[in-house]
Design a protein around this ligand. Structure first.
Ligand code: BG6
Length: 509
């Protein structure tokens, strides 16, 4: 990896969970690996009064609990890292707080021997979304943002999801950001893009020659993308109840997975070349309209059950959730990509909380051979209508990251009996190094100025256009059509039926 330039990283929302669990541990790991330039400083900004010392103590505690390399409390590595961290108390709508912050940053530059007009700044907005525009506005007003064309120094702003809660609010947010920042300075983060195995989707498709020729409507019969979580709302009930699975997972992570699986090969691996292809792909998906909402979507909500031997209450009894909430904790969608490559091929997306297991997987099912030569001779593991199971390629994003190809094999013996077998590649068995966490990769990319794995404005808007269709369809129902499922299962029975029937019908065509 390239080494970064000295930078001051300011985290807004420094007292929050994301900072403690993900951002500080990610920065610690990249600094341990020597990937942060000497002189890099981290400044936490939040409302709570706190001294630099108190902040450092909290940082060390968070690292002991959450850092990937499991440092010991009081170890030198923790001390060295925390000594590069500072804290600024402030309000997000108060000009004075931002002036105080500026003074602190300039003082740190001076101590580091960086001349006043040379300091690089990475601002990380790990706050609730309602203050995103306000913070960026304040940064603009108080002179924190430098000219995007400057050769001497740079300002970049990382923004966490959610980017709006529908198309309109996403456009409003984008407008208010672009009034202050150039698109080149905005890094909208989707942590799924920082996962090794998500990046491997592109490597797999475009770095090998054997699969890409099969990657289209002639050979693929349908694609499933599953992001199953065994966790519930984990103390985020009030956020989640206002969001739901569609906004929380589909608008961002799942549509990004879909875009990477289905997009055309980019002309190069340059940031805009990749992002152009993702936008083209998302724009080729016709939004689900109110007329076909029930044929193309199923939503569910979990009821009490057991996961890993632990009792889980009804979603409606979680803290922060409205007692009569109709927010979906599960969603299954059927989408189409109306382009030359994919016309007519269904893409099924499925995600939910409180499911049986944590599993993120892309399954590409291939068409059956044109002639069923061995249909009367298979080993009981049928693919329906007396045929072998179709070939399936599974890209496993998490856990047990890897790739599996299921093919029909002859069982040894006199008879021509076939049975499906898996060819498997498992990351853990092959590579001896632990993958860097998603935030490690992405924060480092932001410091290096590489926007490839960040979401561009038009990508966010294209994804919202799709999601808006579903939201409008659901809103048009007189009585919300929501299926309950028991926590610890694979979601509503209706979702399985819906997908199975749909596949059966499309094969019958
Ligand atoms: C977040 C969602 O973006 O992604 C959470 O807000 C979800 O609700 C999480 O649990 C899943 O991420 P991962 O990396 O654990 O699959």
């Amino acid at each position: 990896m390239n080494k970064s330039e000295p930078t001051t990283i300011v985290i807004f929302g420094a007292s929050g969970d994301l900072t403690r669990r993900k951002l500080i541990p990610a920065l610690f790991e990249v600094s341990l690996e020597g990937l942060l330039a000497k002189g890099t400083r981290i400044v936490g900004f939040a409302r709570r009064e706190k001294s630099h010392e108190q902040f450092r103590v909290e940082i060390e505690e968070a690292l002991v609990e959450f850092a990937r390399s499991k440092p010991n409390a009081g170890s030198d590595e923790l001390k060295v890292f925390s000594s590069s961290c500072y804290y600024q108390t402030g309000n997000y709508d108060n000009g004075k707080s931002f002036h105080d912050l500026k003074e602190l940053l300039e003082r740190l530059d001076k101590e580091n021997g960086v001349s006043p007009d040379k300091g690089n700044r990475l601002f990380y907005l790990a706050t609730p979304p309602n203050v995103f525009s306000g913070i960026v506005g304040m940064l603009g007003q108080t002179g924190h943002i430098v000219d995007p064309n400057s050769d001497d120094r740079w300002t970049r702003v990382i923004i966490e999801k959610p980017f709006g809660r529908d198309l309109e609010t996403a456009c409003t947010l984008n407008k208010s950001l672009s009034a202050i920042l150039d698109e080149r300075q905005i890094y909208r983060i989707d942590h799924y893009l920082g996962k090794e195995t998500v990046q491997n989707i592109m490597a797999f498709r475009f770095g090998n020659s054997i699969f890409e020729p099969l990657w289209d409507r002639r050979y693929v019969s349908h694609v499933h993308i599953t992001v199953a979580e065994a966790v519930c709302v984990e103390g985020r009930g009030s956020y989640y109840d206002n969001s739901g699975a569609l906004r929380d997972m589909v608008q961002n992570h799942m549509l990004q997975l879909l875009a990477l699986v289905a997009m055309e090969p980019p002309a190069s691996f340059a940031p805009n070349a990749v992002r152009d292809e993702k936008v083209k792909l998302l724009s080729a998906i016709p939004p689900i309209g109110a007329g076909d909402i029930n044929e193309c979507s199923i939503r569910g909500q979990y009821a009490a059950g057991t996961i890993d031997g632990k009792l889980v209450p009804d979603y409606l009894r979680e803290n922060g959730v409205q007692p009569n909430s109709v927010t979906e904790t599960f969603v299954a969608l059927k989408l189409h990509v109306d382009n030359w490559r994919w016309a007519g091929i269904p893409f099924y997306l499925r995600t939910g909380k409180a499911l049986a297991e944590r599993l993120t997987e892309v399954n590409i099912e291939f068409r059956q051979p044109p002639l069923a030569l061995f249909s009367h001779m298979q080993n009981g593991k049928s693919g329906g209508r007396g045929r072998m199971k179709p070939n399936m390629l599974s890209l496993r994003v998490q856990p047990n990251e890897g790739i599996r190809l299921s093919i029909g094999m002859k069982v040894p013996g006199q008879k021509m009996v076939l049975e499906p077998q898996d060819m498997e590649f498992c990351y853990e068995d092959v590579f001896d190094v632990e993958s860097a966490g998603a935030y490690e990769r992405l924060i480092l990319d932001a410091i290096l100025g590489d926007t490839t794995l960040f979401i561009r404005q038009d990508e966010v808007e294209a994804a919202w256009k799709l999601v808006n269709g579903v939201l409008c369809g659901w809103a048009s129902e007189e009585v919300p059509h929501i299926h309950l499922y028991r926590a610890g299962t694979w979601g509503p029975y209706a979702a399985d039926e819906f997908i199975k029937n749909d596949i059966r019908n499309s094969k019958a065509l």
